[in-house]
Ligand binder design. Structure first.
Ligand code: CP
Length: 367
């Protein structure tokens, strides 16, 4: 059954002579553990992102994911605000679909680095209401901001706005397509939990059996997470996808898995596999057609679930009743730490995309 209950009372953690604010419930991860496990930050990996769009998890390699995680860990443990790294930059957050975490954590990331925000929290307040095309909106945004963070219910929205947008585009979720920055923060949480996962020589006892409860082919966050998981083949011994669908991976991810050394299996029965899993990534909400649908909602985790004592549960959130809130105060809860790390990952990414890595590089590499 479930592991120990945690004390939920403090969200300020003090370790190694430093304090940092963290999630109020669930596992409290120490960014210093990740920093101690690696050598210096590979600033070159961040510089490669300058002026680039971030639209698909498949564009990242493992070194880049690790560099973003390291930069996020440094940002989480260091007060850089006096350096004003995004001073003079304007980021447009254009959200044509609902969001709690993604928009607010991007905006928090910009504001904490002294950038400015033009926020569209609801696409219906734009010319879309009058029938304006996304490609025309892209043309306008070129002169209004230095980067655009967009969420949209249509999978082809990235292609459409990119017809005219020349500023870097960060895809914050496009229909059933991709959610690459969610995957980066997922891996930030996992690497803080077990830094050894990034090692080429991950010892066998640290290698994980990863369970994915959901349908990656229809769920953008799950899709992007699995796409990045394929980069960590030395750390993952097996991926089990638990789904109601016969072909849950979809065509693109199936192609990616075909080239990968990780053993991948699909089942529709969670009970048999659950006791073997080290990490369970779950989701049930998919934006399909023109509305939110729940898929795989018969798979539920609660206090009766037969979890390994040290197993961790990940979830991009929002959740419905597939993940019982009774698990929030247990050692299995990695999902609040995922969400809490979002600001630092997005700070690292924006600093790199807006070509301001140099503003942090001295401080990032000299610690
Ligand atoms: N994880 C995630 O994308 O959450 P929001 O929908 O609240 O942005």
């Amino acid at each position: 059954m479930v592991g120990n209950l945690l004390d939920p009372r403090t969200s300020i953690v003090r370790r190694h002579g430093m304090s940092f604010r963290t999630n109020s419930k669930g596992l409290k991860l120490d960014p210093q553990e990740l920093l101690k496990a690696f050598g210096g930050l590979d600033v070159h990996q961040l510089e490669k992102l300058a002026d680039q769009s971030v639209v698909d998890a498949a564009q990242f390699n493992r070194d880049m994911v690790v560099a973003i995680a390291q930069a996020a860990a440094l940002l989480e443990t260091t007060d850089f605000s006096f350096r004003k790294p995004l001073d003079g930059k304007i980021v447009v957050t254009a959200f044509f679909e609902a969001s709690t975490r993604t928009r607010l954590s991007f905006e928090s990331a910009v504001l904490r680095l002294d950038g400015k925000i033009l926020s569209v929290p609801d696409g219906q307040v734009t010319g879309v209401k009058k029938g304006e095309s996304l490609s025309d909106i892209g043309e306008m945004l070129n002169t209004y901001g230095d980067a655009v963070v967009m969420r949209h219910p249509e999978t082809n929205s990235v292609d459409e706005i990119s017809q005219n947008l020349t500023a870097p585009l960060i895809n914050a979720g496009n229909g059933s397509g991709q959610h690459p920055t969610q995957a980066l923060l997922d891996w930030y949480a996992l690497l803080k939990w077990r830094p050894m996962l990034a090692s080429d020589t991950c010892p066998d006892k640290s290698r994980i059996h990863l369970g994915v409860v959901g349908t990656p082919g229809s769920m953008r966050a799950v899709n992007s997470f699995v796409q990045l998981a394929l980069l960590f083949d030395s750390a993952i011994k097996r991926i089990t996808v638990v789904s109601e669908m016969a072909d849950p991976l979809g065509a693109k991810l199936s192609d990616s898995t075909a080239d990968c050394d990780i053993e991948i299996e699909v089942t529709n029965d969670i009970k048999d596999v659950l006791p073997a899993l080290d990490v369970i990534y779950m989701n049930s909400i998919a934006f399909l057609g023109d509305d939110y649908k729940t898929l795989d909602s018969r798979y539920k985790l609660d206090m009766e679930s037969k979890l390994k004592p040290e197993a961790v549960i990940m979830h991009p959130l929002a959740r419905r009743n597939e993940l019982d809130s009774a698990l929030d105060n247990t050692v299995h809860n990695l999902y609040f730490a995922q969400a809490a790390g979002a600001v630092f990952v997005r700070q690292a990414l924006l600093t790199a995309v807006l070509a301001r890595t140099g503003a942090l590089a001295d401080a990032l590499t000299s610690r």
